[in-house]
Design a protein around this ligand. Structure first.
Ligand code: AMP
Ligand code: GLY
Length: 424
C-alpha cells in the first residue's frame, strides 16, 4: 500500500514511524511533513489545509490510504473529498468533524444525550452575554469561541472583568474571525485532566490506554496554554472505575448520538476530560489523534495499526484489537524559547546523533532537514519520547536524552509526568 499522512507535527512523525513498520505498507508520504518525516518517508510540499492540492496529489500518485492528523483539513471536508475519488481516508466526515469544529454543536449534543459536561449558555450577541455574566457573579468562569481557533479560543477567567474582556476579544474585536460569531459561557470545573482516545468505525469502539497532556508552557502548570508541552501514558487518574464510567457515560452515548444525528463518527474520537472525585466530565472533544499524546501512545502499541485504521474506514473494527506494551511512556516537548508567543527559528539542533538508547524515540515537530543537518522551524520542535518499566524510569530516560540536545534558546518543562509519580 501507498499511504499519505497529512500534517507536519510530532503526531504526524509518530504516525509515519508507526505506519512504516506495517507489513502492508510499501511507501509512506507526508504532506507537508518535517525534518523527521523527511528521514523516514517522502515529504510532499503541500500544506495540510490545501485540501484540493492533497486530493490532486493522492489521485495522481495512486495513494491507497490517507491518514489525516490535524483538525483543519477534517473540517474542510477532506475525508468526503477523498471518498468521492475512491481513496480510503482515515478520519470523520465534515459533518462528524463538527464535534470539534463547533463547540456549540458538541455542547448541544452532550446536553441532548445526557453526557456529563460543564453547565453552559450559548450567546451570539455580546451585550446579552455580558448582561448574563453580570448577573452570574460566580468566578472563575470559562469563555469559549465556538469555532476552531488553533487551540487559543478558550479563556479561563478569574474575574467578571476578565470575562468581559474575553467577550470583547472574541465577539467585538473578532480576533478569531467567524469562529467567534457565537460563544459559550461555561461553568468552571475543578479536578485533574486526562485525554481519552478511541478508534471507532461508528459502531464498534476500540479504546486506547489513557494519557495526560501538559498544556501550560511553564513548570507547575504556569504561563499561557500551548498545543501541549509533554504527555505520558497511562494516566493513573483514569482508574478502572473512571475508565468504565468514561466508556458508559461518555464514549458510547457520543458515538450512538452522532449516528442518531445523521453524522456517524469514524476515526479517532478524543475526549478531553476533567476528573473530579472519580467522576469524568467532558471539557472538549477532538476528532483526531492528540499532539503530543499520540507520541507516548504509539510507542506503547505493539501491533500493526494499519489494519485498525482500515477497520475504522470499512466498518470492520470488530475484527481488530490493540496490544499494549505494559510499560510507561513519557514525551517531553522541546520548544523554541518564546513559544507560544513570538520566537525565532532556523537554529541548528545539535546532539541528536549522541542519543543511543533503545528506549528513546525522537519525534520531530517544527524542524527542517537541510543538507543532512536539522534546524528549528516552529514553536514545538521535538518530542523526546521514552519507555520505562516505571513512570520514574521513563521520565529519567526521556530527560537523559533531552540533556544531550541543544539549540539556541531552547525551552522545555522539567516536570513532565511528575503528577503521575505522585499518584503511583
Ligand atoms: P479546551 O480547548 O476546551 O480543552 O480548553 C482548553 C483548556 O482550558 C482545557 O484543557 C482546560 O485546562 C481549560 N478548560 C476548558 N474548559 C474548562 C472548564 N469548563 N472548567 C475548567 N477548565 C476548563
Ligand atoms: N494535546 C491537545 C490536542 O491535541 O489538542
Amino acid at each position: 500500500m501507498k499511504i499519505l499522512v497529512v500534517g507536519g507535527g510530532g503526531r504526524e512523525h509518530a504516525l509515519c514511524w508507526k505506519i512504516k513498520q506495517s507489513m502492508l505498507v510499501k511507501e509512506v508520504y507526508c504532506s507537508p511533513g518535517n525534518g523527521g518525516t523527511a528521514l523516514i518517508s517522502q515529504n510532499i510540499p503541500i500544506k495540510a489545509e490545501d485540501v484540493n492540492g492533497i486530493v490532486d496529489f493522492a489521485r495522481e500518485s495512486k495513494i491507497d490510504l490517507v491518514v489525516i492528523g490535524p483538525e483543519a483539513p477534517l473540517n474542510l471536508g477532506l475525508v468526503d473529498m477523498l471518498k468521492r475519488e475512491g481513496i480510503m481516508a482515515f478520519g470523520p466526515s465534515k459533518g462528524a468533524a463538527m464535534l470539534e469544529g463547533s463547540k456549540v454543536f458538541a455542547k448541544n449534543l452532550m446536553k441532548k444525550y445526557n453526557i456529563p459536561t460543564a453547565d453552559f449558555e450559548i450567546f451570539s450577541d455580546p451585550d446579552r452575554a455580558k448582561k448574563y455574566l453580570l448577573n452570574l457573579k460566580k468566578t472563575p468562569v470559562v469563555i469559549k469561541a465556538d469555532g476552531l481557533a488553533a487551540g487559543k479560543g478558550v479563556y479561563v477567567c478569574k474575574s467578571i472583568d476578565e470575562a468581559i474582556n474575553a467577550i470583547d476579544d472574541i465577539m467585538v474585536k473578532k480576533i478569531f474571525g467567524s469562529a467567534g460569531e457565537r460563544i459559550l459561557i461555561e461553568e468552571f470545573l475543578e479536578g485533574e485532566e486526562a485525554s481519552f482516545l478511541v478508534f471507532t468505525d461508528g459502531k464498534t469502539v476500540l479504546p486506547m490506554d489513557s494519557s495526560q497532556d501538559h498544556k501550560r508552557v511553564f513548570d507547575n502548570d504556569e504561563g499561557p496554554n500551548t498545543g501541549g508541552m509533554g504527555a505520558y501514558s497511562p494516566a493513573p487518574v483514569v482508574t478502572e472505575e473512571v475508565y468504565n464510567k468514561v466508556m458508559e457515560k461518555i464514549i458510547y452515548p457520543t458515538i450512538s448520538g452522532m449516528e442518531k444525528e445523521g453524522h456517524p463518527f469514524k476515526g479517532v474520537l478524543y475526549a478531553g476530560l476533567m476528573i473530579k472525585n472519580n467522576e469524568p466530565y467532558v471539557l472538549e472533544f477532538n476528532t483526531r489523534f492528540g499532539d503530543p499524546e499520540t507520541q507516548p501512545l504509539l510507542v506503547r502499541i505493539k501491533n500493526d495499526i494499519v489494519p485498525i485504521i482500515i477497520g475504522c474506514i470499512d466498518g470492520n473494527l470488530h475484527n481488530e484489537y490493540l496490544l499494549w506494551e505494559q510499560k510507561h511512556a513519557v514525551c517531553v516537548v522541546i520548544a523554541s524559547g518564546g513559544y507560544p508567543g513570538e520566537y525565532k527559528k532556523g537554529f541548528e539542533i545539535r546532539g541528536l546523533d549522541q542519543i543511543d538508547d533503545d528506549n528513546v524515540y525522537i519525534f520531530h515537530a517544527g524542524t527542517k532537514l537541510i543538507d543532512g543537518k536539522i534546524y528549528t522551524d516552529g514553536g514545538r520542535v521535538l518530542g523526546v519520547t521514552a519507555l520505562g518499566e516505571t513512570i520514574k524510569t521513563a521520565i529519567d530516560n526521556a530527560y537523559r536524552a533531552v540533556d544531550k540536545i541543544s539549540f539556541e534558546n531552547m525551552h522545555y518543562r522539567k516536570d513532565i509526568g511528575k503528577r503521575a509519580i505522585d499518584r503511583f
